[in-house]
Ligand binder design. Sequence first.
Ligand SMILES: NC(=O)c1ccc[n+]([C@@H]2O[C@H](COP(=O)([O-])OP(=O)(O)OC[C@H]3O[C@@H](n4cnc5c(N)ncnc54)[C@H](OP(=O)(O)O)[C@@H]3O)[C@@H](O)[C@H]2O)c1
Length: 305
Amino acid sequence: MSNKILITGASGLVGRALTDSLIQQGYKLHILSTQKSKVNTNSYPKTFHWDPMSNELDLRSLEGIDSIINLAGAPIAQRWNKAAKSEIVNSRVKSLEILAHHIKTHHFPVKYLVTASAIGIYSNSVTQYYEEKQAQFSSNSFLSSVVQKWEAALGAFDNADLKICILRIGIVLDANGGALPKIMFPIKNYFGAALGTGSQWQSWIHTEDLVGIFSHALKSKIEGVYNAVAPNPVQQSELTNTIARIVGKPIYLPNVPQTVLKLILGEMSAIVLESQRVCSKKIQKTGFDFKFHEVSAALEDLLRF
Ligand SMILES: NC(=O)c1ccc[n+]([C@@H]2O[C@H](COP(=O)([O-])OP(=O)(O)OC[C@H]3O[C@@H](n4cnc5c(N)ncnc54)[C@H](OP(=O)(O)O)[C@@H]3O)[C@@H](O)[C@H]2O)c1
């Protein structure tokens, strides 16, 4: 078996950390990027161009590939107007479809696919504790419908002889991007406050553990759906207060009401207001050990100066 891996969405928050780690582990990487300026096919990591929205893919990217890691998708944290919503869904669905099409049409012997998905698939609930098999999906949440369509697009790989692993990722905590710097900004500037009721569950994961889960999947070739969240989700007010304590800033303002968040962020306020308490036991049972179990330890690691 070769150690050549194809990775999509490699320039993103997760992709950057993951590619660094995989290169250090000795994998040879092919990258599919939507940015033509990144193309480099001379030395590893080799970067090839694709544009799933226009059905374009450089077939050389699939040559000699044993496994694929799929992280591609247009950013969720943007104003959800009609065009953005369509891009958020279609970029994810078409990425999987074009990969499946070329693997099947040209008989590329890819044996394993591990793809990002998201815990936004689960219904908004402060009482449910979501395991993968007892999933309840919301019919009227945009985020849930995106992820349902994303996972359904994996049907394009039916009859392709490869194993598939779906990682339903929680809120990725990273000092350099994603949700954390956005949550920290008001706290650092003395106008921090819990959001909405503050009781909504936020199932988080430290980037280092997420990178570890992708690496673990590649090595053990686990199949099926796994939640990629730390063992101890927290409620939003605890997340806010823990960050405030670590950065040494007081929280003296009352919670930001849901109505205000909806006015400022529009429908996208769902990202911070929806509640999903998600269980990590299934991935742990495959032998994966988390480094960061508690949000305080994760934040202290990420925010130490
Ligand atoms: N970060 C989180 O908290 C979180 C939580 C749950 C799930 N996820 C999912 O995990 C995946 C990776 O997350 P991330 O935070 O690393 O995302 P990210 O920073 O937004 O990166 C995603 C990458 O996808 C590629 N991309 C952008 N628009 C695209 C399009 N229209 N078509 C195809 N590819 C496109 C880009 O790579 P190129 O420019 O190189 O093409 C981009 O760097 C995403 O699909 C995300 O939805 C993330």
